[in-house]
Design a protein around this ligand. Structure first.
Ligand code: GLC
Length: 418
C-alpha cells in the first residue's frame, strides 16, 4: 500500500457513484446530466480499472450526435428538476434530448490514450467511433471557423463559462425579452463561486435565440452578436485531429481529409497570437477586439503541437504568481477572482492537457512539476470541481467526476499510460 492507494480508491468510488449506467454525471445536484468533455475525461479515469466501461462512456456520448455531426454539450438522458436550463428551454433537435451547442472536442484525444492501453480492443471500439468523430470534427470545420481559428457561439461552448474572453461579446448583447427564470446552480453552491446575473441573462438570451432559430447553424450565424475565436476550441480540435489521424491510419482509413484540416487549423491558431500581449488569446470576431487574457487555455498551445518561446517564459511568470497553477487567469490581471470559476481558479482537466503538451515539447520537468502540484492539490483538498490558485481552497461542486478521473488517469503516482 502506498499513500496514493487510498486516494485511488476514493476516486474510483466517485466515478462509480456518478455512474448513471453507460454515462457519468459531473456531480450530483449541480450537474445531473451527461456533459460532453467531462465524459471524455471520465473515460480516461475508467480506463485505469475498467476499459470496457471507458469505451462505453464515449460511445454513449456519441449516441446523442445530431444528423449534422454536432455532438451536444449536454445530453439530458433522464429528467432532473435541479438543473436549469432544461431541455424544454434548449429544444435541441438531436436523437436524445440535448442542448444546442457543443463543447471542446477532447474525445478523440482521450480515446487515443485509452486506445493505447490495449490497441486490439481499441481498434475494435474505434472502428465504430471513427466516422462519428470525423463527422463531429467536420461540423466544426464547416460552421465554426474564422480565418481557420475555431469560434464559440455561446460561452458554455468553450467549457470556460465566465472567462474574460467573452466580456466584449457579452457586452454586445442586450438581453431584452429574456423573461423570468429561476437559476438552480446557486441553490447548490455559493453564488460567490458562480457566474453573475449579468452573465446568466446573456447565457439564457443566447439559448433562446438558438432555440427560436431551430439551431440552424446558417441562421444562427446571421447577425449573431456572439462569435469568439478561442484558444480552447482551436487547440483542442487541432490536437484531436492529430490523434484521430493516428488512429485512422492504424485502422487503415484514408486520413487525407483530416490532414487537410490540420493545415487549416495550424494557420488558424496563428491568428490567435496577440502581439501586444505576447500570448495566444481570444479574438472577438464581430469587433476584432482581443480579450487580453493570459488564460490557462492559452497554454494549450503545446497540447496542439505549437510552440513559441514567449509562451514558455510566460508560463514561468504565471506560475510564479500563485501557489498552485495553472490559474485560469493570473492574479496580475485586474479581472482575477480566485474563487469565481474561470476568472482565476485552477482546473485539473486543463492542467492535464497542459502537462501533456509540455511533455510533448520535451519540457518533462515542467510536466512532472505540474502533475505533482495537481496531485498535492487533490490529496490535500479533495476531489473538488476546481481550486483557488492562491491557497488551494476547494470550490464549486464536490465529489467531482473529472477531478477523480484526472487523478486516476494522470495525477496519481499510480497512474499509468499518459
Ligand atoms: C461547467 C464548466 C464546464 C463543465 C460543466 C460540467 O459548466 O464550466 O466546463 O463541462 O460545468 O462539469
Amino acid at each position: 500500500m502506498t499513500w496514493a492507494d487510498g486516494f485511488d480508491e476514493q476516486a474510483r468510488e466517485i466515478l462509480r457513484r456518478n455512474d448513471r449506467g453507460g454515462y457519468t454525471i459531473p456531480t450530483s445536484g449541480l450537474y445531473p446530466y451527461q456533459w460532453n468533455w467531462d465524459s471524455a475525461f471520465a473515460a480516461l479515469g475508467f480506463a485505469q480499472f475498467d476499459l470496457d466501461r471507458a469505451w462505453c462512456e464515449i460511445e454513449t456520448l456519441f449516441t446523442g450526435q445530431w444528423t449534422n455531426g454536432m455532438v451536444p454539450h449536454i445530453l439530458f438522458h433522464a429528467p432532473d428538476e435541479g438543473y436549469f436550463p432544461s431541455h424544454e428551454v434548449w429544444q435541441g433537435t438531436g436523437p436524445i434530448p440535448s442542448s444546442g451547442i457543443s463543447q471542446p472536442p477532447v474525445a478523440a484525444t482521450m480515446a487515443r490514450l485509452i486506445y493505447e492501453r490495449d490497441p486490439e480492443i481499441g481498434a475494435a471500439r474505434m472502428e465504430m467511433l471513427f466516422d462519428k468523430m470525423v463527422a463531429w470534427h467536420r461540423w466544426f470545420m464547416a460552421w465554426r471557423l474564422d480565418r481557420g481559428a475555431v469560434c464559440v457561439t455561446h460561452p458554455w461552448e468553450a467549457g470556460r463559462d465566465n472567462a474574460p474572453d467573452w466580456d466584449v461579446a457579452m457586452a454586445a448583447i442586450t438581453p431584452d425579452g429574456v423573461g423570468e427564470y429561476k437559476r438552480r446552480d446557486t441553490s447548490h453552491v455559493d453564488s460567490s463561486m458562480r457566474p453573475t446575473k449579468y452573465d446568466y441573462d446573456r447565457y439564457i438570451w443566447l439559448v433562446q435565440r438558438g432555440a427560436r432559430l431551430g439551431w440552424d447553424e446558417a441562421a444562427m450565424l446571421d447577425g449573431t452578436p456572439f462569435r469568439v475565436a478561442d484558444p480552447t476550441m482551436t487547440f483542442t480540435l487541432l490536437r484531436a485531429m492529430r490523434d484521430l489521424a493516428v488512429m485512422g491510419a492504424a485502422l487503415g482509413r484514408d486520413t487525407g481529409e483530416i490532414e487537410g484540416w490540420i493545415k487549416v487549423l495550424e494557420a488558424g491558431a496563428a491568428t490567435l497570437w496577440n502581439d501586444d500581449l505576447g500570448c495566444y488569446d481570444s479574438r472577438d470576431v464581430r469587433s476584432g477586439t482581443w480579450a487580453g487574457a493570459v488564460s490557462n487555455a492559452s497554454f494549450l498551445c503545446w497540447y496542439a503541437g505549437i510552440d513559441r518561446p514567449e509562451m514558455r517564459d510566460l508560463y514561468r511568470d504565471v506560475l510564479a504568481q500563485v501557489k498552485y497553477g495553472v490559474p485560469s487567469l493570473p492574479p496580475s490581471d485586474d479581472r482575477f477572482d480566485g474563487k469565481r470559476y474561470w476568472r482565476g481558479p485552477v482546473w485539473g482537466v486543463m492542467n492535464l492537457m497542459i502537462a501533456l503538451g509540455l511533455a510533448d515539447m520535451g519540457l518533462t520537468d515542467e510536466a512532472e512539476a505540474l502533475r505533482a502540484s495537481t496531485a498535492d492539490l487533490v490529496a490535500q483538498q479533495g476531489f473538488a470541481e476546481y481550486f483557488d490558485p492562491r491557497d488551494g481552497g476547494p470550490a464549486g461542486g464536490s465529489s467531482f467526476t473529472w477531478t477523480a478521473a484526472i487523478w486516476l488517469g494522470w495525477a496519481s503516482p499510480n497512474a499509468q499510460g499518459v
